[in-house]
Design a protein around this ligand. Sequence first.
Ligand SMILES: [Zn+2]
Length: 349
Amino acid sequence: MPGFETIIDQKRPVKVLKTLLKKKEIPHALLFTGIEGTGRENAALTLAKACNCFGKNPEPSQNNNQFELRQNDQSFPTEPCNTCHSCRRIESDNHPDIIRIKPVGSYIRIDKIRTLCEKLIRKPYEAGMRVVIISDAQALNPSAANALLKLLEEPPDRTILILIAPQIADLLPTIVSRCQNIRFNPISRKNLARLLNKEYGLDQVEADLTAAMSGGSITRALEMNGSNWKQQRDWLLKGSGLDRPAELPEKSAGQLMLFAEKLAQNKNNIPGSLEIFKSWIRDLIIFKFNRDKIINRDLVDKIKGASRGMTIKILIKKIDVIQSAQKDVQYNMNTRMAMEVMMIRLARE
Ligand SMILES: [Zn+2]
């Protein structure tokens, strides 16, 4: 069962959470930021379990609730036992005091937050700590965000709110300032590849390739694994003209714009597509030094041909261009414009 030890590559966040548990000083509101697939949800659930775990304590009866039983404890366990009644019910999403809120469609609307506020007026049913986990908090619409802000201003007793979002900039500054932010980093390529190889049975090459292109997200890596991403990659390289970068300057502006438009059509795919471009250009550079270290090993012949006509300086410039497009997309710039600028710069600079 998930616990802190199953969260990969997040030493710092896990250490911070364990310290809070040990000191029994958990703030009313926490904000977990980072890309999806880095263990944010798992960490939130593990925290909820740990601060409600009976562990070796006797389980509560009708006469003594858990809160009373635990009042004298100086700390929470830093890892939930995963076997007691409370842990099992949280794991199966069946605990009355662990409340989960997720967007419906694109938004978390105000009625959800209103219902939450009504629930929180009452005391927790049985839990030592009631935990509210708001996934994709960036989807709070403005009125819902304002209602949540009121809640954060007057936090209910024995309740922890955990907001999960990609980055601080996605939320109202007034909300952020009331939360302790804990940042989750992308998972390293090496550790993600090892996980895909050991736990999901991908062979070494496939695992390396998938890890490199998933941008450090387990979720994205698993999605890629189930999809025909190799075809997608080949389509991207051909469509963009990066498969033959020496010929890119000959492409007309119209061709470049048309491809940019296609790229922008599916916003969710853009981060993955940009990672694919980057891994390809990286390979063109690396090939010049050590051909064993390339990522797209199945395309070695194409890499050989494409790398030959390009200088390292020009290739590095192209990586810069892609990275700047990644930032534009991350900060919600107009996606189509970001893709158009990127394509023109890739071909002309
Ligand atoms: Zn337990």
